[in-house]
Design a protein around this ligand. Structure first.
Ligand code: PLP
Length: 398
């Protein structure tokens, strides 16, 4: 066997890449798996975006390599989106770099800014890619806790007291996945001030800003952010385009140029048809988001009923594509419990441990599933719990 590089020694295949293969294996025509795990929107993108892709793909002139920085119309559409959505002005020429989604940017930014041994602040719980990427670039991981008693806010006072001299990047992700927490402007300002004081890069990963959230905010709108902040954003969640791989990083020219140095050596621009489609999708107005969020709100109500049946507790005030909930106290091993539910009902729910140690007592339900499927999941889980209660009782009697 050829020996692998040391850098992958601490990195595992992405949890969903492994687990979903197992979940798919349980699927049978008699009883289909209901996957409440992953945040991959199931609704269609807007028809103007699809039409633009088709029209563009039909043009033989559109299939060559593209400019590494994307076409001006796409960058202008992103800048317009920032103005309308976040009341933030960004220069389309110099402050935007299109990406294959926000996930890709996490790697490029780490490659561009972090040296081996430098520290990276990572939310706990949080999106697992921040830590995998930190491991891949040989950084030292410094998880920072989001505290349930602070309504999943960051304990900024504790951070301030710690030694931040070796920190190179702080990843933040508001609205936060998996807890659904939205940061206030004051909190973001405090974090930006901290980044300025200690001269580290603060990156807000912002793909959920328009899902069940009344106050979309960009870190780039915070006073003082321009020198120390980048923002990742994406059409995956807000525009139902997760599989298209469309996103971007925005920020100061010099920071974007550093990311471009890495990215332009890794791929060769984005298919023009995708850029045309994204340009159209970004024109979707208020009605698009109102109808999208109406669907998610209906689903959320059923997801909460399911959580009630499971005996979980949760906050009503969560943004984004998921409901995050605490398992009942009598469940000692939440991962095992989730597997028992999966094998007993073919309903898959994400166990919170995959988001870090602070998620160990929690579970996450995705809203990327129809009301009908959520209702079916509810019926199955209810029957399973009743059956388990009867068998527990008979075991106790025996
Ligand atoms: C916090 C967070 N960041 C980034 C991503 C990846 O998004 P994209 O599809 O834009 O790469 C996800 C997807 O689940 C996410 O939850």
């Amino acid at each position: 066997m050829i020996k692998t590089a040391n850098r992958i020694a601490n990195v595992e295949e992405y949890y969903f890449s492994r687990k979903l293969a197992e979940v798919r294996g349980l699927d049978t025509p008699e009883l289909r798996v209901i996957n409440l795990g992953i945040g991959s929107p199931d609704q269609a993108p807007s028809s103007n975006a699809i039409d633009a892709l088709i029209a563009s793909a039909k043009n033989p002139a559109n299939h060559g390599y593209q400019n590494y920085k994307g076409i001006p119309a796409f960058r202008k559409a992103i800048a317009d989106f920032y103005q309308t959505t976040y009341q933030t002005t960004i220069d389309p020429e110099t402050m935007i770099l299109p990406l294959m989604g926000s996930k890709e940017g996490i790697m490029h930014i780490a490659m561009a800014f972090v040296n081996e041994g430098e520290e990276v602040l990572i939310p706990n719980p949080g999106y697992p890619t921040y830590s995998s990427v930190a491991n891949l670039v040989g950084a030292k991981l410094r998880p920072y806790d989001l505290k349930e008693d602070l309504n999943w806010g960051i304990d900024i006072a504790a951070l301030k007291k710690s030694d931040l001299s070796k920190v190179k990047i702080m990843w933040v992700n508001f609205p936060h996945m998996p807890t659904g927490r939205v940061a206030s402007r004051a909190e973001l300002k405090e974090l930006v001030d901290l980044a300025r004081e200690h001269q580290f890069l603060i990156v807000n990963d912002n793909p959920y800003s328009l899902v069940l959230n009344d106050n979309p905010m960009s870190i780039l709108s915070i006073e003082g952010a321009e020198d120390v902040a980048l923002e990742l954003n994406s059409l995956s969640k807000s525009h139902n385009m997760a599989g298209w791989r469309l996103g971007w990083v925005a920020g100061k020219k010099e920071l974007i140029e550093a990311v471009l140095k890495v990215k332009s050596n890794m791929d060769s621009g984005m298919f023009l048809g995708l850029q045309h489609a994204a340009t159209e999708a970004l024109k979707n107005g208020k009605e698009w988001f109102t109808s999208l969020n109406k669907v998610y709100a209906e689903r959320k109500a059923v997801a909460q009923q399911l959580l009630d049946i499971l005996g979980c507790t949760y906050s009503n005030d969560q943004s984004g594509l998921f409901v995050w909930a605490k398992a009942p106290a009598h469940i000692t091993d939440v991962e095992k419990w989730i597997d028992e539910i999966l094998y007993g009902t073919k309903v898959f729910i994400t166990p919170g441990f995959i988001f870090g140690e602070a998620g160990r007592r929690y579970i996450r339900i995705s809203l990327c599933c129809t009301v009908e499927s959520l209702n079916q999941a509810l019926t199955r889980v209810d029957a399973f719990l009743k059956k388990s209660a009867v068998s527990d009782l008979s075991t106790a009697k025996a």
